[in-house]
Design a protein around this ligand. Structure first.
Ligand SMILES: Nc1nc2c(ncn2[C@@H]2O[C@H](COP(=O)(O)OP(=O)(O)OP(=O)(O)O)[C@@H](O)[C@H]2O)c(=O)[nH]1
Ligand SMILES: [Mg+2]
Length: 215
C-alpha cells in the first residue's frame, strides 16, 4: 500500500488521534499501518507519526497520522498538532466509563484548537471485550449525534472496523476539503479538478516525533 516517492497523490491529509491513556490510539495506528497488534502497553511519549497512502474512490490519499500521548503532561505539546489537522479522531475505550466521560473534554479542546473545517470523529475501541463493556453502542452513538459527529467502533486487536474507520474519515476529509475550498474559490474556478493540497512527502515509515515541529 505504500507509495513510491514520485507517485501521483491527490490529497495529503493530517489525522490526529486523541483520547485518554490506554484507550488504544497507538494500537489502532499500528494495526492500520503495519497490520500488527501488541498486547503489552507501551505508553506514548509525546507524539508519533505514521504514514500510509490509500486509495479512496478514485483518489490517492496520503495520510499523515499523528498518535498523541494521552498523559496529561503532554497536553500542551499535543494540542499544537490540532490546528494542522484535517481530521481529529477522539478515541475512547468501550470498557472504560472514565474514558467515555472524558470524551466531552477532548471534544471541547479539539474544537477550540482546531480549524473550523476540521472533521471530528468519535471512535469506541476494544469492541472485542464484550464481557467487560461499560459503554453501550447506543450511548456512544447518542453522544456523537449530540455533538453532530460520526461514531465508529473498532477492535485494534481483532482488526475489526479499523480500515473502515480510516476510509470513512478520509471520505469526510475529502468532502470537507472540497466544500471549504469551493467556498473560497471564485465562481469560474469552482469546477476545477485540481485538488493537490501540498507536495507529497517522501517518508513512508513510523518515526518518533517528540521533537518535531511541523505545524
Ligand atoms: N482487547 C483489546 N485491547 C486493546 C485494543 N487496543 C489496544 N488494546 C490494549 O490496550 C493497551 C493500551 O493500548 P495503547 O494503544 O498503547 O493505548 P494508547 O491510547 O496509545 O495509550 P497512550 O499512548 O498512553 O495514550 C495495550 O495493552 C493494548 O494491547 C483492542 O482493540 N482490544
Ligand atoms: Mg499510545
Amino acid at each position: 500500500m505504500e507509495s513510491s516517492s514520485n507517485e501521483h497523490i491527490d490529497y495529503v491529509f493530517k489525522v490526529v488521534l486523541i483520547g485518554d491513556c490506554g484507550v488504544g490510539k497507538s494500537s489502532l495506528l499500528l494495526r492500520y499501518s503495519d497490520d500488527f497488534f501488541q498486547e503489552s502497553y507501551l505508553c506514548t511519549i509525546g507524539v508519533d507519526l505514521r504514514i500510509r497512502t490509500i486509495s479512496v474512490d478514485d483518489k490517492r490519499v496520503k495520510l499523515q497520522m499523528w498518535d498523541t500521548a494521552g498523559q496529561e503532561r503532554f497536553k500542551t505539546l499535543c494540542g499544537h498538532y490540532y490546528r494542522g489537522a484535517e481530521a481529529i479522531i477522539i478515541v475512547f475505550d468501550v470498557t472504560s466509563e472514565n474514558s467515555f466521560s472524558n470524551v466531552l473534554r477532548w471534544y471541547e479542546e479539539a474544537r477550540q484548537l482546531s480549524r473550523q473545517d476540521t472533521v471530528l470523529v468519535l471512535l469506541g475501541n476494544k469492541s472485542d471485550m464484550a464481557d467487560s463493556r461499560a459503554v453501550s453502542t447506543e450511548r456512544a452513538q447518542s453522544l456523537a449525534a449530540s455533538l453532530n459527529i460520526a461514531y465508529f467502533e473498532s477492535s485494534a486487536k481483532l482488526c475489526d472496523n479499523v480500515k473502515e474507520t480510516f476510509t470513512a474519515t478520509t471520505r469526510k476529509m475529502m468532502e470537507a476539503y472540497q466544500k471549504h475550498h469551493r467556498a473560497h474559490l471564485p465562481d469560474d474556478l469552482t469546477n476545477s479538478k485540481s485538488l493537490h493540497m501540498s507536495q507529497p512527502i517522501k517518508s513512508s515509515t513510523s518515526l518518533n516525533c517528540f521533537d518535531c515541529s511541523i505545524m
